[in-house]
Design a protein around this ligand. Structure first.
Ligand SMILES: Nc1ncnc2c1ncn2[C@@H]1O[C@H](COP(=O)(O)OP(=O)(O)OP(=O)(O)O)[C@@H](O)[C@H]1O
Length: 606
């Protein structure tokens, strides 16, 4: 192991998402790209700040004109200037608010794109370890938090700090000693605020994970709504989400208390400062002959400075409660992709589409092999069926062939080329997969078929649907191919969904077909239609099919019995029956359970 000498123990324990590091990163990586527009917003903020300070100064002038000079025309002129100043202030405020919102929206969109792109480069294992609601929370709250952090910083520097500086200038110009009095309250306020920041961090973290919990329960209940209803789980689901919602509510209340704990203190200190100013200012006017205008200018500037000062004092609290969200987003975006782009690898070139597993060993977890030195060949243009008890490893074979997981040992070869040495995309373009759970996207039936081939024409879509025995039922809908399938294809029956999936696989025209018990969930009527569709799909293609119902693969060219990750028997149906081994006993068992199988004329081969 090579360890860099510069990595001292202190650095190792440094949190890469500590507040200061995170802020620097967000500014450099996300904010700097918009520096021109930020500069424009800054200038407008400066203008607004100057006008704010100017209005305080003007007030003093007006008071002097009224009480000292008794100059009515002067007052009228100053009133006119006030209107101009406030108009400028309004326009500048509008300008910088809109610009900042636009930048914020762009940053939000960038982060959402970056997170989604990152997720597309993750493998299946990554997703099986997490709940999808976690990503939703990161996509929404996390991306918004990044924008919030940058907006807080810009507003703090541009709006509040600039206003404060301008107002302090007015205060110092009118009365330096009184200004000093006003600042005396700052140190005690800072001490208290620092303590609050620590607590806010923990609460913001709880808030984020609590919100993800709510999303998780909501998503599960809605996706499994049929099960929820069928098992009358409504109350149980309500109780589950109630607990999460109550926890988030409690936490939010606590956050509100803690983050606003500064208010009473700040107000009291502010009260002292203003009272002190009033007494001293009043004394200067009454006893020392200072002009009332000076007194009013100071007081207005002081009162106007109060809000930005309060916001600046709270900045750390606000930043820290948003930095948690930013951290959650960046943690995912930063992590190395589990399925990095490998498009620079050689393209898989197919001649016959001969698939070979050579001594393949694989486990989902270290030390727990699911496939054990498995070897077999799926001959070109033929159908190879995988059968065997549940959990034996059949679906794993297909997953490895699609490179959803990488083998631990051994090789999977297609036409002599190891698939691990070729780009994933080129492999997946050559294979068409139809699984038990057909996934239909929230789109029309036509679009769902067209997902199989980029730029598919309407006549190709119809031809695929016809071959998949789907055309007739599709045309039975008033909108035909433009019928929306609903979320997850909820508006279609199981058999209809399966046939759309077969049409999608057909239009792909891939030389290797992978079927995972595609007819398992169907009644015999639908099964016949789907089976016919599958026959068309498999013609002259290398097909690997997983089947529990053995009558669907009786005519397969090769049947492999997979048990505990090993092939314990192989051969053709009659052959295997004659041998009287594992396959024969499975087959007899199924016959006994189901009565004589309705041996539909199933020919899985060409
Ligand atoms: N994503 C996963 N993570 C961890 N273990 C898994 C995962 N998928 C499957 N397994 C385990 O691997 C083993 C083989 O599963 P596989 O799905 O390949 O079996 P199968 O023969 O296809 O079963 P079935 O006929 O029930 O679909 C099982 O013990 C299963 O628990």
């Amino acid at each position: 192991m090579t360890e860099r000498p510069t990595e001292t123990p202190k650095k190792i324990t440094d949190d890469p998402y500590g507040a200061a590091i995170l802020i620097r990163r967000l500014v450099a990586e996300q904010g700097l790209a918009y520096w021109r527009r930020y500069l424009l917003a800054f200038s407008l903020m400066g203008l607004a700040a100057v006008t704010t300070a100017g209005s305080a100064y003007l007030l003093g002038e007006v008071i002097n004109k009224a009480y000292v000079d008794k100059d009515v025309r002067g007052i009228a002129l100053l009133s006119l200037v006030t209107v101009v100043i406030f108009t400028i202030k309004g326009a500048a405020t509008y300008g910088h608010t809109v610009i900042l919102s636009q930048i914020g929206n762009a940053i939000l969109a960038n982060n959402q794109r970056a997170l989604f792109a990152k997720l597309m480069n993750e493998n299946i294992a990554f997703f099986s370890e997490r709940h999808s609601s976690e990503f939703l929370a990161r996509l929404t709250a996390g991306a918004t938090a990044v924008t919030q952090v940058l907006n807080l910083l810009i507003n703090a520097i541009g709006r509040d700090l600039l206003s404060l500086i301008a107002l302090v200038v007015v205060m110092v110009m009118t009365d330096p000693l009184m200004a000093l009095l006003g600042f005396a309250v700052a140190p005690p306020a800072m001490i208290v605020l620092r303590k609050l920041v620590k607590r806010i961090k923990g609460l913001a973290h709880n808030q984020f994970s609590g919100t993800a919990d709510i999303m998780e329960t909501m998503q599960e209940s809605l996706q499994g709504i049929r099960t929820v209803k069928a098992f009358t789980l409504e109350q149980a689901m309500r109780e589950r989400i109630d607990a999460s919602i109550a926890a988030v509510e409690r936490n939010a209340n606590k956050m509100a208390r803690v983050s606003n704990r500064s208010s009473p203190l700040m107000e009291t200190l502010g009260g002292f400062a203003i009272a002190g100013g009033l007494m001293y200012g009043g004394y200067r006017v009454v006893a020392m002959g200072a002009s009332p205008g000076q007194f009013f200018s100071f007081l207005t500037a002081f009162l106007l400075a109060y809000e930005p000062a309060k916001r600046l004092a709270r900045l750390n609290i606000e930043l820290n409660s948003n930095l948690i969200g930013a951290r959650k987003l960046l943690e995912i975006v930063d992590s190395p992709p589990s399925e990095p782009d490998d498009s620079n690898k050689p393209t898989l070139k197919l001649t016959d589409a001969r698939v070979e597993f050579r001594d393949v060993t694989f486990g989902y977890r270290p030390g727990e092999p699911v496939l054990n030195r498995m070897s077999f060949v799926a001959e070109p243009g033929k159908t190879t069926a995988l059968v065997g008890p549940s959990g034996g490893g059949k679906s794993t074979v297909l997953a490895l062939l699609l490179r959803l997981y990488e083998v631990n040992q051994g090789d999977i070869l297609i036409d002599g080329q190891a698939i691990s040495g070729s780009s994933r995309q080129s492999l997946r373009r050559q294979t068409a997969y139809v699984g038990q759970d057909v996934y239909l996207f929230r789109d029309t039936i036509g679009a769902n078929i067209a997902f199989g081939k980029e730029g598919a024409r309407q006549d190709e879509i119809v031809a695929a649907a016809k071959a998949a025995c789907a055309h007739d039922f599709i045309m039975g809908f008033p909108l035909g191919y433009d019928t929306p399938v609903g979320e997850h294809g909820a508006q279609l029956s199981g058999g209809q969904r399966q046939r759309i999936a077969v049409a999608r696989a057909l239009i792909k025209n891939a030389p290797i077909i992978l079927l995972d018990e595609a007819t398992a969930a169907l009644d015999s009527e639908s099964e016949k239609a789907v089976q016919e569709a599958i026959e068309h799909l498999c013609q002259n293609r290398t097909t690997i099919v997983i089947a529990h119902r053995l009558h669907t693969i009786m005519h397969a060219d090769a049947i492999l019995v997979v048990e505990a990750g090993e092939i314990v028997e192989r051969g053709q149906h009659d052959d295997l029956l004659r041998r009287g081994g594992r396959y024969a006993s499975f087959f007899r068992l199924q016959q006994r359970e189901a009565g004589p199988p309705s041996l539909a004329p199933v020919s899985a081969t060409a």
